[in-house]
Design a protein. Structure first.
Length: 479
């Protein structure tokens, strides 16, 4: 729904946010070009670099402490206070109230996960799961999409477009349908989208194009089409989308009484989340609202490990903005020459060329972060444990738990550390893999998913087949 202007006038007396403080800046120090927020850009027009949304905080009506945001919970009749994103409007003040499109996104929870902690190797009270599957479209994307759609509304966009492995298309479709003013078209790779996600995009009424290629092919075409037709780009190249995704970290801090954890563990795909998280913590530190930031652990699937290779094998760093672009280009050239394509059951992170690489390298530097990989087998085993603990998630989400387990076993995460794993999407986003894991015999499972290295269901909860016989049913129940 669109925030009602009549209600807005009443609320402005209590929430003052100046939107003239925001601007866009190229993140490359050698360029540093600056642009207004009225310009719907997704890359620097001067050097094609990534753009940041920056603020003149001296003009902002900031709280004295993060805890002051809690007072908004008492004003649930206000659509902005009801949203887990716009409740932090003062920290993302690029859109005026009348432009904001919200459907109550971000009302997610940080769950203490004592039943899953032993699997990861942590004691009770040390593992927490940030469950973004509770968003309206079932994934974390809604945090960013409310921000991107609000900016699109501000600049008067007529049509939107995105490339997607599934969750982005679902979220774009939802906001397009709810608001009605900015129709959208989504490009998905042929055969590269889970039905749970495709069903949402189709049901919400957007135009869906299935392109013969993977996500990277779709992403390149989307950028070209956006330039050619002047469409508003909704992918995480859009710096305003990442502003919304920052709020996931605010909610984790809130869930821990504003005391940062030692680690934030997140799956790495197109690297929008990790980039947004790093920016969130850096800004809070610069504002004096946080005196310590968590370390960021970004988890790739082994079959989609571009970031892992770039950071751990190529040793490429942000280096205060002096990224060795020639070495990055050489890496991608070798990848193309070897015809190495992303391949993982965790389709949401099946991405070869992450568009936010530069911002992610920056986030790693800001948070003393690390990158790790996990196998698809480890992802599915961890997914089963997450589900048994009461929080079903899609495969990509479980990469964070699998990564935390691996880092704990290696001693990188300490026994006494507090760890928050981000679960990015709902279990029903990709139910086919879940049912196969729990129901297929291992030979059949290996035949179906062996090419992904999955050959066992170590934690399967297999259905028990019984005849239509009361005694047999009771016997099975009591076994």
């Amino acid at each position: 729904m669109r925030v009602a202007s009549a209600r807005s006038e009443k609320r402005e007396a209590t929430i003052k946010v100046r939107t003239d403080i925001a601007h866009q800046v190229c993140i490359k120090p050698a360029c540093g070009a600056t642009f207004g927020v009225e310009e719907p850009l997704f890359e620097c027009p001067k050097c094609a670099g990534l753009l940041d949304v920056r603020y003149d905080w001296s003009k902002a009506a900031l709280p004295r402490r993060l805890k002051d945001f809690e007072v908004k919970w008492a004003d649930q009749a206000d659509p902005l206070a009801f949203s887990g994103v716009w409740r932090f409007h003062e920290l993302i003040p690029f859109a005026a109230r009348e432009h904001i499109i919200t459907v109550g996104e971000g009302r997610t929870i940080l769950q203490r996960a004592d039943r899953i902690a032993p699997y990861v190797g942590l004691a009770a009270g040390r593992l927490f799961l940030q469950y973004e599957g509770l968003n309206p479209s079932g994934s974390f994307k809604d945090n960013g999409m409310t921000a991107a759609y609000s900016h699109a509304c501000r600049v008067g966009a007529k049509r939107a477009i995105c490339a997607s492995t599934g969750n982005t298309s679902a979220s774009v479709a939802l906001y397009s349908a709810v608001d009605g003013r900015i129709p959208a078209v989504v490009l998905v790779g042929s055969g590269k989208i889970a039905y749970g996600k495709l069903a949402q995009a189709l049901d919400y009424g957007v135009r869906v194009l299935q392109v013969e290629g993977d996500f990277d092919v779709c992403m390149e075409r989307v950028k070209q089409v956006a330039r050619e037709l002047g469409l508003y780009l909704m992918n995480s190249l859009n710096p305003f989308r990442l502003e919304g995704q920052k709020t996931i970290m605010y909610r984790i801090l809130e869930g821990l009484g504003w005391e940062p954890p030692d680690w934030i563990v997140v799956p790495g795909g197109n690297l929008g989340n990790s980039s947004a998280f790093g920016k969130a913590f850096q800004e809070l530190r610069e504002l004096g609202l946080l005196d310590r930031v968590p370390r960021l652990a970004i988890i790739n699937a082994e079959g989609a490990d571009t970031l892992y290779r770039i950071v751990n094998q190529e040793k490429i760093r942000w280096d205060d903005g002096r990224v060795d672009e020639a070495r990055v280009a050489a890496f991608y050239a070798r990848m193309d020459a070897e015809n190495r394509r992303a391949k993982t059951l965790a389709s949401a992170i099946e991405i070869n060329r992450p568009v936010n690489l530069g911002k992610c390298l920056r986030a790693i530097e800001w948070t003393d972060g690390i990158v790790e990989t996990v196998t698809d087998q480890e992802i599915l085993d961890s997914k089963a444990h997450v589900g048994a603990g009461g929080f079903g998630c899609e495969p990509a989400s479980a990469a964070s738990v699998a990564g935390a387990r691996k880092l704990r076993a290696a001693g990188v995460i300490g026994a006494g550390d507090r760890v928050a794993c981000v679960l990015t999407g709902h279990a029903l986003k990709d139910p086919n893999i879940t049912v196969a894991y729990h129901s297929l015999a291992e030979a059949a499972l290996g035949e179906k998913y062996g090419e992904y290295g999955v050959r066992a269901a170590k934690h399967a909860n297999r259905p028990i087949v019984v005849p239509d016989d009361l005694e047999k049913i009771i016997e099975a129940i009591q076994a």
